[in-house]
Design a protein. Structure first.
Length: 319
């Protein structure tokens, strides 16, 4: 009898706790997979990475050189970790040295860091794996793989003298306010023909010389996939403004940069690998694409991303 009373007392106490716990859990906010890292601080860019002639002549220096070589010619991993026509240096110019082109010297000291994209604290290795998954439309090297070790060693060397856990001016890409009137794809198409096609081709397929990618594809199977950060119109606009046309940085107006970015990113490209784990295009778009982008939106009578084309990638869903 006493045992029954004890059981009933515990149950009476536990039930409200369970109900409250359930209500609290239900009230938790949804994960914001759209959240981006904060913009780089304003101010004069004063940090200068070391010169390549200063790479030490020892085992550390050998790994730095290997990392640089992989960064500049990531196509050497084609068919293993890379399944499109991209190199790291395409989005991080001058071997990751140029400010406002997401330079590696400004990135190294900021990791580990929380990323909304996968809702967890990422190590630098995990951040690199994400680049392989999305920007390279690839299969990322495993943690500890020499490819990742070499690249991280190169970034470590590039950041020689840079502070740790302190955002530096020039980090990431330029942040441009969205034009009040939005962006104009038709104007972007005209600008593309005038300013970009000579390097990237009329059809956005890029250029190769002797089998080597010289100018990267901007859409189609050779481009970054629908999960890459560069498919966001705002991200691409910031990159274009500060870095394009090549050799003529800041020569375009903010409006031109947005219009160009909209034109480029309103073309088809390999499927977002996260689509493999989603029930539909709608669920993928609603979960991961509530931002300035064209994924799941209709352009010229066709809904972008409405396909199962993952390009050359035979891989599995991203983590």
């Amino acid at each position: 009898m006493n045992l029954c009373k004890s059981f009933l007392s515990v149950a009476a106490i536990s039930l409200p706790v369970l109900v409250v716990s359930t209500l609290v859990h239900a009230a938790e906010p949804e994960v914001d997979y759209q959240k981006q890292l904060p913009a780089a601080p304003e101010g004069q860019i004063t940090f200068e990475p070391p010169q390549e002639r200063d790479i030490p002549d020892n085992q550390y220096g050998d790994m730095v050189r290997k990392g640089r070589d992989l960064f500049v010619n990531t196509q050497q991993l084609r068919g293993k970790n890379v399944f499109n026509g991209q190199n790291c240096v395409n989005c991080h110019l001058d071997a990751g040295r140029i400010a406002s082109s997401a330079p590696m010297w400004a990135a190294f000291g900021m990791y580990p860091a929380y990323r909304g994209k996968n809702d967890k604290v990422n190590t630098l290795s995990e951040r690199l794996q994400g680049c392989f998954t999305y920007s390279m439309n690839g299969i990322p090297p495993e943690a500890g793989d020499e490819t990742l070790v070499a690249m991280e060693t190169y970034f470590h060397w590039l950041s020689t003298g840079a502070p740790i856990n302190q955002a530096l001016p020039g980090r990431g890409y330029t942040k441009l306010e969205k034009p009040e009137g939005g962006y104009d794809r038709e104007h972007g198409a005209k600008l593309y023909t005038e300013q970009c096609a000579v390097c990237h081709g009329d059809d956005g397929s890029g250029q190769e010389v002797a089998g080597q990618v010289v100018f990267p594809p901007l859409w189609g199977d050779g481009a970054y996939n629908w999960g890459a950060g560069m498919h966001r119109v705002n991200t691409a606009a910031g990159f274009i403004k500060a870095n394009m046309p090549l050799g003529k940085p800041d020569s375009l107006s903010n409006q031109d940069a947005w219009d160009l970015a909209a034109f480029v990113n309103s073309h088809e490209r390999p499927q977002d690998p996260r689509r493999r784990n989603q029930e539909s295009l709608d669920s993928t778009a609603n979960t991961f694409h509530n931002h300035d982008g064209f994924y799941g939106k209709e352009v010229e009578g066709k809904r972008l991303g409405d396909h199962d084309n993952y390009g050359e990638n035979p891989g599995v869903a991203s983590k």
